[in-house]
Structure formats: C-alpha cells, structure tokens
Ligand binder design. Structure first.
Ligand code: KG4
Length: 321
C-alpha cells in the first residue's frame, strides 16, 4: 500500500510485486487551486487531511484487499511541500503502527518502472533533470535546471497569456493551432560544458514579448506565442537528453513528471530518438502526474532491499535523489 501527498494530489495505491497496479486512487485538488493560479500550500495540506482516509480506504477496496494482507506501507517523505508531505507521512506512520506493518519511506523522484541502465528525463512543475540510472537505486544526476523547472515555466507563461492553471496542458492544446516558428525565443545552451537547463530566460523573453506587444498595441497571437515558447522548451529537453544518451552510450530513455504528458515533447523525442535507434518510454498520462502507484513500485524495491524506516521518519521538503 502506498501513499502520496507531496503536492496537490492525495493518492493511495496497492501495487503487487512492484510492477502490477491493483488500484491507484487520485483525489486531485486542481479545481480548488485553479482560482489562485497555483498551489496554495496551506490549502493543499487541509485538503489532504480531508481526503486521505477516504482515498486509502478506496484504494484497498478497489484492490480487493484488506490491510492485514498488505506486506508494507510505502509513503513519499520528500521532496515536496512540507505540510502536504506530513499529512501522508503521519497517516502512513499511524497505519504502520496500528497494523504492525513495515514503513517504507520513498523519495518522490525515485522510479523503478523499467530495467536499468537507462536515461531518465524528469520534467515536472518542481523538477527538471536528467538522471543516468545505472542500476536499481544507483543514480547519477547528469544535468538539472539552474532556475525554473520546465513545468513552472509552462505555468508562468500560461498565466501571462491568461490561460489559467495548470498551464502545461493549456499551452500544449493551444500550441497545436499556432506556428512554432513565428517567434524566436532563446534556448539556453551551455555548449556541452554541462547538460544543465535554464528556463527562466525563455520565460522572461515571453513575458517581455507580451509586454512589448501590449505597449505598442500590437495584437498578440496567443497560439503562436504558445507554440514558439513550447518549441524552445522541447528543443532544449530533446537536445540534452539525446546528448546524454550519446555520452553514456545508452539506448533507452524514460520520461517522467507532469510535462512528460506534453504531446510535442512526446512526438519530437520519439521521432528524433528513433532516428538514432533509441527507445523512448513514457508512462500513461495518469502515471505522469503525482500518483501513489509509482510510490508503491519504488517502495517495493526499497522493501525487498531491506530499506525500511522506523516511526521517526520525517518529511524532507528538499530531499535529493
Ligand atoms: O509531476 P507533476 O504533476 O507535479 C509536480 O511538479 O510535482 O507536474 C505538474 C506540472 C505542471 O507544471 C503542469 O503545467 C505540467 O506538469 N504539465 C504539462 C502538461 N501536463 C502537465 N506541461 C506541458 N504539457 C502538458 N501536457
């Protein structure tokens, strides 16, 4: 049984042998945070408290299993919003204590869906990095964002375009009607010195472009802005991840995080990687955003490797991989 509450989704899942999802219940708070244009941490924590027991009960019910038949309780203890993390963590500790089952803390960024070695591109609202997964639990971070995460840039640009939150899916949709070559936005490139990313430059360039148009009374074609911004982001993600595969001589890429559902990122990577004989694996969209099934899978591998925690486990908002 796994529990996830690191941001604005309360989720519980039952996972068999680390790979088979018996249930994956997700209570999303998006409609509440939408009105504020982003996640309000205090509101998120309160909503987790309201949702958590029902979500866990439903996950057990859907998996047709009782707590007695669960082997271990996995839970995200970081990274994330501390108040939000604490709700899931305390609930998991309570369950583990009452049922005398082992507690397994999971790093939200840990993924165990495929067999190493592979290159993982993690692109979400809070993270953007490339990891070389050498073996189960053995990672090397190859590059990461120096400022905004890719999803964060999507959300901020969407907000400036008046599209609402979360911005990623809205830009993704609008971009289909626009011309990706209409406006040239800057792409951060550290010239192979490092495979780090930077998305604040492209974000600021979009904001400046919009301001300039407004000041000069130039009509803004939102679809062109969305498509051109997206092109700049996707190109950098694609270039860096393909360069990593070349440097490390790896032929499998696994994408994770909310931005992994982006249709242009998917198409571009599949095409460009395909030309080089590199496989690209994407989770289904529901497994791209926060969910407890991925936590259950990671918890399983921790558990069979003897990595269990005691009830002193604390939330770590800045937990590193
Ligand atoms: O992994 P996730 O659910 O949350 C965390 O960051 O923990 O990712 C959410 C992020 C948001 O920034 C959202 O705008 C972005 O993923 N996102 C997308 C798409 N769907 C979600 N970005 C681009 N295209 C999408 N289709």
């Amino acid at each position: 049984l796994a529990i996830e509450s690191s941001c604005d989704e309360t989720s519980a899942a039952v996972v068999l042998n680390g790979r088979e999802i018996l249930s994956n219940v997700i209570a999303s708070q998006i409609s509440t945070h939408e009105q504020y244009g982003g996640v309000v941490p205090e509101v998120a924590s309160r909503m987790h408290i309201e949702a958590i027991s029902g979500v866990v009960e439903e996950a057990l019910l859907k998996a047709n299993i009782t707590l007695e038949n669960i082997d271990a309780i996995g839970v995200t203890y970081g990274p994330g919003l501390v108040g939000a993390l604490l709700v899931g963590l305390q609930f998991a500790k309570g369950l583990a204590f009452a049922s005398k089952k082992p507690l397994v803390g999971v790093n939200h960024i840990q993924h165990k869906d495929l067999k190493p070695p592979f290159i993982s591109l993690v692109v979400s609202g809070g993270h953007t990095f490339i990891v070389h997964v050498k073996d189960y639990g053995i990672y090397e971070v190859i590059g990461q964002t120096r400022d905004d995460a890719a999803g964060e840039a999507y959300d901020k640009v969407a907000r400036a375009l008046g599209l609402g939150y979360p911005g990623g899916p809205k830009i993704d949709k609008l971009a289909k009607e626009g011309n990706p070559k209409a406006i040239t936005f800057p792409k951060a490139n550290f010239h192979e010195e490092t495979l780090d990313f930077s998305f604040s430059g492209v974000k600021s360039a979009v904001l400046n472009y919009l301001n300039k148009c407004n000041m000069q009374n130039i009509e803004i074609n939102k679809a062109d802005v969305a498509a051109s911004f997206q092109q700049a982001v996707v190109d950098v993600l694609k270039d860096n991840v393909l360069l990593t595969c070349k440097k490390k001589n790896i032929d499998t890429i696994a994408i994770a995080g909310g931005v992994a559902s982006n249709s242009t990122l998917r198409e571009t990577l599949i095409n460009e990687a395909g030309k080089k004989g590199i496989k690209v694996l994407f989770p289904t969209p529901i497994l791209c955003t926060d969910n407890a099934a991925m936590i259950g899978s990671a918890a399983y591998f921790n558990f069979i490797n003897g990595k269990v925690n005691d009830l002193n486990l604390n939330a770590k908002p800045n937990l590193k991989l």
